[in-house]
Write a new protein. Structure first.
Length: 240
């Protein structure tokens, strides 16, 4: 049985990854921060559909470094880690506080690195894989999201470097860089803002969360064992 840890399984992309991987026989550790109900409901549904697989819920505030040890101690076998947790802050760099920089760095970069450090041995035993949900903004950058773009770029750099370092352990490390995905991260946009955005995307639509999950599934599969240290844009032709 294969086990994946999904960080941010309470988020829209994390939920899509969980549903898709469960349908392919994976057992899952489903992480959440505040949205316990969403993960519990997901697990109830998955347990009904796939009674032979195991589904666990795990809570962690990824800005709280002290709790990482206890969090990873709950993991038994790990074949894959999917980092689908994240948050953006829309504001000018001049309005961004030092505390926001520290917290977002901790949540989006440092904690995932510490978790990778702690599960490396387990991943190495299972020819494991790590997939970050990065962002096209980590490649192109975006005004009003300077901090977020910087941290997505850092996630991509980690993937490139750690992919090289862990290749001899037979661990693959990759990132998917989505463009705009139809998730609640984007629901606050006005109709006009959405129209403007879609006019810039050659495919003229946002991605569905499951289109990102499908690439995650591919990267965790046998046929992707030679792919490591790469960033795969999934953007409908936008900004690449
Ligand atoms: N949506 C897009 O258009 C888009 C495009 C490119 C890249 N991405 C990236 O894809 C990833 C998933 O995005 P999404 O659209 O699925 O976002 P989402 O629905 O807002 O989910 C965000 C996830 O991050 C978790 N999280 C937030 N703060 C946390 C903290 N302090 N500690 C631990 N977990 C925390 C949330 O947990 P709780 O809900 O339980 O609090 C939730 O599971 C993010 O990294 C995002 O940057 C998204």
């Amino acid at each position: 049985m294969k086990f994946a840890l999904i960080l941010g399984a309470s988020g829209d992309i994390g939920q899509a990854c969980a549903r898709r991987l469960a349908s392919k026989g994976w057992s899952l550790y489903c992480h959440y921060h505040q949205n316990e109900t969403r993960v519990k409901t997901l697990i109830e549904n998955l347990e009904k559909k796939y009674p032979r697989q195991d589904f666990f819920s795990l809570q962690l505030d990824m800005t709280d470094e002290k709790r990482i040890e206890a969090f990873t101690a709950q993991l038994f076998e790990v074949d894959a880690v999917i980092v689908a947790s994240g948050q953006t802050i829309y504001k000018l760099l001049t309005d961004t506080t030092s505390r926001e920089m520290d917290q977002l760095w901790q949540m989006m970069v440092k904690t995932p690195m510490l978790i990778c450090q702690k599960v490396q041995e387990k991943l190495a035993r299972k020819k494991g894989s790590i997939v970050f949900i990065g962002s096209v903004y980590g490649i192109s950058g975006s005004a009003m999201e300077v901090l977020y773009s910087t941290l997505k770029g850092a996630q991509h750099a980690f993937v490139k470097a750690y992919g090289q370092e862990s290749a001899s352990l037979d661990i693959t490390v990759n990132a998917i860089a989505p463009g705009a995905v139809r998730t609640h991260m984007n629901y606050h946009w006005t109709e006009e803002e959405t129209r403007q955005l879609l006019s810039e995307i050659p495919a003229n639509r946002m991605a569905e969360a499951d289109e990102i999950a499908a690439v995650v599934q591919f990267l965790l599969g046998e046929h992707a064992r030679y792919i490591t240290g790469t960033i795969i844009p999934v953007t409908g032709g936008w900004k690449v």
